[in-house]
Ligand binder design. Structure first.
Ligand SMILES: [Zn+2]
Ligand SMILES: [Zn+2]
Length: 254
C-alpha cells in the first residue's frame, strides 16, 4: 500500500509526494521547518499519506489546502490541524458542491491501479471543521521557513497558491501546471482565473511546484498560460461554455 506514493526530494527540507498511479498525477508537498511541517494538500485519499509524512518528518504537521476539490483533500482525515481559505471553509464543514457520483466517476475515469484494500463504494469526500482559516497575505511560520498565502481564485473561489520568499518557490495548486486547466464547473470563473495568473506572474519565482502532472516545469509556464488567457480574452471568448482551447503545453477548458 505504501508504494502508492512516490516521494521526490526538492531540497533537503522539501518533498513532493505524488500519486503517479492515477491519471490526475496529483502532487502534495511536505515542507519541513525547524518547529513545524506544512503539508500542502493531501491527495486523493485512497492510501494513507500520513505514514509517508511521518516517515519524512518528526514534527507537528499542519495540512494546508490549495482548494477544496476531492483530489486535494482526500487525506485530510489523517490530520488534526487543517487550514483552508475562508471562501471554502463551508465546502469542508457544511457541503461539498460537487455530487459524490461525479467525484467517483472522475476517480475511476481511466484504468487506475488502486492500492489493495481500497474500496470505491466506501469512498467519501472529506468533511470536517478546519482549525485554521486562511486569508490572502497570511503567513504560515514553520520556524526557519515562512510561507505566504496568495489567494488565487478562478479554478475555485478559495483557491490559494503558497509562496516561499526564502526560496522563491511557488506552490501553484491547480492554477499553473502542464495539462488541462479547468474553469468550466459552475463554481469556477475564467476571468478570475486569468486575473490570478497575472497576479502570480509578478512574483519572483525560481521554481513552480504544481498540483498535477509533470513535476519539473519551467517558470516560463506562467507567461505562456497568461498569454493563452490573453488570446482567449482578445477574441471575446473568455466566458464559460466556450469549450476547450489548445496551446502548445497546456489546454484551457472553460
Ligand atoms: Zn481542482
Ligand atoms: Zn486538482
Amino acid at each position: 500500500m505504501t508504494d502508492w506514493f512516490t516521494v521526490e526530494k526538492i531540497d533537503n527540507q522539501t518533498f513532493a509526494i505524488s500519486e503517479y498511479k492515477h491519471w490526475e498525477e496529483t502532487h502534495c508537498y511536505l515542507l519541513c521547518g525547524q518547529e513545524k511541517a506544512l503539508l500542502i494538500d493531501t491527495g486523493l485519499g485512497v492510501s494513507d499519506i500520513r505514514k509517508i509524512v511521518d516517515s519524512l518528518a518528526d514534527l507537528p504537521v499542519m495540512a494546508a489546502t490549495t482548494h477544496v476539490h476531492w483530489d486535494h483533500i482526500g487525506g485530510h482525515r489523517y490530520f488534526e490541524n487543517i487550514a483552508v481559505h475562508e471562501l471554502e471553509k463551508d465546502w469542508l464543514s457544511v457541503k461539498f458542491p460537487i455530487p459524490l457520483q461525479t467525484v467517483k466517476n472522475n476517480l475511476t475515469k481511466f484504468p487506475c491501479d488502486f492500492p489493495a484494500g481500497f474500496d470505491i463504494d466506501a469512498y467519501r469526500v472529506f468533511q470536517g471543521v478546519p482549525q485554521i482559516v486562511l486569508h490572502d497575505g497570511d503567513w504560515l511560520d514553520l520556524g526557519d521557513r515562512k510561507i505566504q498565502v496568495v489567494h488565487t481564485p478562478g479554478h475555485s473561489p478559495g483557491h490559494c497558491c503558497f509562496y516561499e520568499p526564502g526560496r522563491n518557490y511557488l506552490f501553484s495548486g491547480d492554477l499553473i501546471y502542464k495539462g488541462c486547466l479547468y474553469a468550466f464547473y459552475p463554481t469556477t470563473d475564467p476571468q478570475l482565473f486569468y486575473h490570478s495568473v497575472k497576479r502570480v506572474q509578478k512574483y519572483k519565482i525560481s521554481r513552480i511546484l504544481p498540483g498535477h502532472h509533470q513535476l519539473n516545469i519551467p517558470v516560463s509556464m506562467i507567461d505562456e498560460i497568461e498569454a493563452g488567457f490573453a488570446q482567449i480574452e482578445e477574441s471575446g471568448k473568455l466566458k464559460q461554455g466556450n469549450g476547450l482551447f489548445e496551446f502548445r503545453d497546456f489546454q484551457i477548458q472553460i
